[in-house]
Design a protein. Structure first.
Ligand code: GTP
Ligand code: MG
Length: 291
């Protein structure tokens, strides 16, 4: 079940036809990653470690420090992380509830991570891609900005909760600031905030709203660069460099390593799953140089 979700992603990434997904066996999530492990090493790197792959395109000697190895788990750890995101009777992955105010949010003891960013940056699509091993979970995405109006909570087994936030900027809900600011400031079980930036356009004025909130509330946050399938390699390299420089020189609370992803090709999704499982205290990888 898991593999038929993953395989079209793999196919799109390398421009292959659907035949890649035409096996007759029923695959478990672990076998799905086994499928990834069978890819030639260049393709595997592109799918699983996209930042590392990009780094390889800089001229030797002029390679910037992209902090590639601050979180660099083994492939075994990445495979283990998949089990948290694989729905089963014992690991229920489901939409829990929506809230417009923090006092409407579910009272949870589980660690929580949330996804914030401009309208249309790809928050809901990223959560949907993270849940590709639990296809029955419905996460709504839309071409129109301003689609997600409430704070949406998704339970991942007994392990953690993912939270999809409304976007800021164009067509943001009127009460956006109250809703999101209060959540970020007061949510006790919030372990990490993922701040999504569109890799095609880089950090925009409106992104500073979220960056300033995270910095002001001293939140540990991580920058995720979305839609990396949309740019040419040259353009993407330029954006990654600029964003890395921004993180290194202008932020205090941002995790130094960037996470480039594509919800279309699944690039970077496995690594992000592993990171989430780890920082919520579920995986305990040896992938951190420091934490
Ligand atoms: N090519 C490409 N398109 C993407 C990707 N991620 C999201 N999109 C598209 O971007 C649009 C917006 O995606 P959403 O996931 O709804 O964005 P959002 O940040 O949740 O938006 P709001 O809920 O309005 O704040 C949709 O048309 C998605 O198909 C990606 O990785 N690659
Ligand atoms: Mg959304």
């Amino acid at each position: 079940m898991a593999a038929h979700r993953l395989r079209p992603c793999v196919g799109r990434l390398f421009g292959m036809g659907p035949e890649l997904g035409s096996g007759r066996r029923a695959y478990s999530a672990f076998q799905a990653f086994t499928e990834v492990l069978r890819l030639p090493s260049k393709q595997l790197t592109k799918l699983v470690f996209p930042l590392q792959e990009l780094h390889g395109h800089f001229v030797p000697g002029s390679r910037p420090d992209l902090h590639l190895n601050i979180f660099h788990p083994s492939l075994e750890d990445i495979a283990r992380a998949e089990s948290f995101f694989t729905a089963s009777a014992r690991n229920r992955i489901e939409y829990l509830s929506s809230a417009v105010r923090l006092d409407h949010a579910p009272d949870l003891r589980r660690p929580e991570v949330c996804f914030i960013g401009r309208s249309n940056v790809g928050k809901s699509s990223l959560i949907k891609a993270l849940f590709s091993l639990a296809p029955e979970v419905e996460v709504r995405v839309s071409k129109k900005p301003g689609h997600t109006k409430k704070i949406n909570f998704y339970k991942v087994g007994k392990h953690f909760t993912l939270v999809d936030m409304p976007g800021y900027g164009y067509r943001a809900p009127e009460d956006f600031v109250d809703m999101v600011e209060t959540y970020l400031k007061e949510r006790k079980n919030l372990m990490r905030t993922f701040l999504l930036v569109d890799s095609v356009v880089g950090i925009q004025k409106a992104d500073n709203i979220a960056i300033e909130m995270c910095e002001e509330f001293a939140l540990p946050y991580v920058m995720v660069l979305t839609k990396i399938d949309k740019s040419s390699k040259g353009h993407l390299l330029k954006q990654v460099l600029q964003i890395q420089k921004f993180v290194d020189t202008k932020t205090q609370g941002c995790f130094p390593q960037l996470f480039p992803v594509s919800a279309m090709t699944c690039s970077g999704i496995h690594l992000l799953r592993c990171f989430i499982a780890d920082i919520t205290g579920n995986l305990k990888t040896t992938g951190f140089q420091f934490s």
